[in-house]
Ligand binder design. Structure first.
Ligand SMILES: Cc1cc2nc3c(=O)[nH]c(=O)nc-3n(C[C@H](O)[C@H](O)[C@H](O)COP(=O)(O)OP(=O)(O)OC[C@H]3O[C@@H](n4cnc5c(N)ncnc54)[C@H](O)[C@@H]3O)c2cc1C
Length: 465
């Protein structure tokens, strides 16, 4: 079976890899000159820069098998123990966040009043399962207003660059929503989960020795000449049971050649907004898909001499709640602390896996999102000044950065807002009305790398039925 896979982000690459292993003939069309979509890594001036994501959540069965099958297991790099600690900014200072239900009542991030309110959480009745409640309403109802401001709001900024008043708890955080539905209480469900030794051991974050870019690279190597880069798809037509896929091949500069090929099936793994620029066959309305909002984000990597940063950087990073109005960044990863270059096997510094050269630190800061989308369009120099200003205040930075890098994502992360159920239903309608059409991507099962890969795997599985 010949399958056209549109988009070589992690979802499309996973789908194509699985189809290939099953003996089928996938061809991946990618608009850009490289694969990986928003995942990409480069070592620049000794600093390991991640242009998009920095870490992967461990214990994802789809990714675990993918990593094994691509031979990447020896290159897996777990986050340091230090990275278990996370900071939330409160009153203009990073404060260590609770990392267990018991911590909720002893931690200094929340006031005594908020802690008393959180203790009542197990007594709060669950919502109706049919309701699409916002993340903000959910957090306020179950834990109180401070838990929203200093708990859920910064989490939403970190995962979605999103607005908790618009995101739907059921779609944006299905795991948390299910805890309420199944256990009647988040605290009860978490306490029960902690007793499960296996889930405790498996949690944590990881990357690879040379950064996250190794994952799409390994998948691309396995696909070889089945990848067509700089080849955006422009038109999809149905001809009997077959699909005719057409587009351009960008030959450098503006030179283009048109192409057209016939396939048995199509896996659409490009973002939903890209559907608007592809001519498609007659079918159900695409509005619930193309209307999905994508948050814009800018990723700023900055390197400093270690002695110029007063903060110990002893954690994963810090997130900034929206109520901390004097600070405009969404959050900062202490990238060189997460992957310090000192592995558990040897206590010596290894510059090939460290994210910053010896004697330096790397901080990765995100700005923009739905909280302040205009910041994502700032000219580079203004964005640097804004980030540096906030970092100086929060992390006690004295010297100038010795390194900086700016990556702008105009349409970065899809927002699983209230009403997203209609988008998911429209995707299913489209798949039902166009035989041989399958959809995968971070708009389907969650926005994490693991979720996007899972959607690719799932699309390949259905394609093979
Ligand atoms: C700044 C940032 C930080 C993040 N941090 C994390 C993190 O730390 N951990 C985590 O788990 N997740 C993180 N995420 C989320 C996660 O990285 C993404 O959701 C996931 O990688 C998206 O994969 P995808 O394959 O669905 O889409 P994409 O990566 O968007 O890939 C889609 C591909 O389709 C291509 N395409 C578009 N139109 C066409 C066309 N017409 N023809 C052919 N190709 C086309 C695009 O060029 C692109 O390569 C982050 C995301 C961003 C933006």
């Amino acid at each position: 079976m010949r399958v056209a896979v549109i988009g070589a982000g992690i979802a499309g690459l996973t789908a194509a890899f699985r189809l290939r292993l099953a003996g089928e003939e996938p061809v991946v069309f990618e608009a850009q000159a490289q694969t990986g979509g928003v995942i990409g890594t480069e070592r620049i001036e000794g600093f390991l820069v991640e242009f998009g994501p920095t870490t992967i959540q461990a214990a994802n069965p789809v990714l675990d098998v993918l990593i094994r099958d691509t031979g990447l297991e020896p290159d897996r790099l777990p986050a340091s123990k230090t990275a278990r600690k996370r900071y939330i900014v409160r009153d203009g200072k990073p404060v260590a966040a609770p990392n267990s239900p018991a911590d909720l009542v002893t931690n200094s991030l929340f006031s005594a009043r908020a802690q008393r309110r959180a203790l009542r959480e197990p007594l709060i009745p669950r919502s109706r399962p049919t309701e699409e409640e916002s993340v903000a309403d959910f957090a306020r109802r179950r834990f109180g207003p401070e838990a929203l401001d200093y708990g859920m709001d910064p989490l939403v900024a970190g995962v979605y660059g999103g607005d908790p008043k618009r995101l739907a708890i059921r779609h944006a955080f299905p795991g948390i929503w299910r805890m309420e539905q199944e256990s009647g209480s988040i605290v009860r469900a978490l306490l029960r989960g902690r007793k499960d030794k296996k889930s405790r051991m498996a949690s944590g974050m990881f990357s690879f020795r040379k950064g996250l870019g190794q994952l799409p690279e390994a998948l691309s190597d396995a696909l070889g000449d089945r990848l067509r880069l700089s080849t955006p798809v422009r038109r999809l037509e149905r001809q009997g049971a077959r699909w005719i896929v057409s587009g351009d091949c960008l030959l450098g500069g503006h030179e283009q050649t048109a192409w057209s090929e016939s396939f048995d099936a199509v896996v659409y793994a490009a973002p939903l907004h890209a559907l608007a620029s592809i001519a498609l066959p007659e079918g159900p309305s695409l509005k619930p898909l193309t209307n999905v909002v994508y948050a814009p984000l800018v990723v700023t990597a900055m390197g400093f001499r270690r002695e110029h940063v007063g903060h110990p950087l002893d954690g994963f990073g810090m997130l900034v709640p929206g109520v901390e109005r004097s600070i405009r960044i969404l959050g900062t990863l202490f990238t060189s602390s997460i992957f310090s270059g000192i592995s558990s096997a040897s206590s010596t510094f290894q510059s090939d896996i460290a994210r910053a050269p010896a004697g330096h630190v790397l901080l990765t800061t995100i700005i923009g999102g739905m909280r302040n989308p205009a910041l994502a369009s700032l000219p580079e120099k203004e964005a640097y000044d804004l980030v540096l200003g906030d970092l100086r205040r929060l992390l006690d930075i004295s010297g100038e950065p010795v390194f900086r890098w700016h990556t702008s994502w105009k349409l970065a992360v899809p927002q699983y807002n209230i009403g997203y159920g209609k988008t998911l239903a429209a995707i299913e309608r489209l798949e039902a009305s166009w035989p041989g059409w399958f959809m995968a991507g971070n708009y389907r099962m969650g926005v994490s790398i693991g979720d996007a890969a899972k959607s690719g795997e799932e699309a390949a599985r259905r394609c093979l039925l």
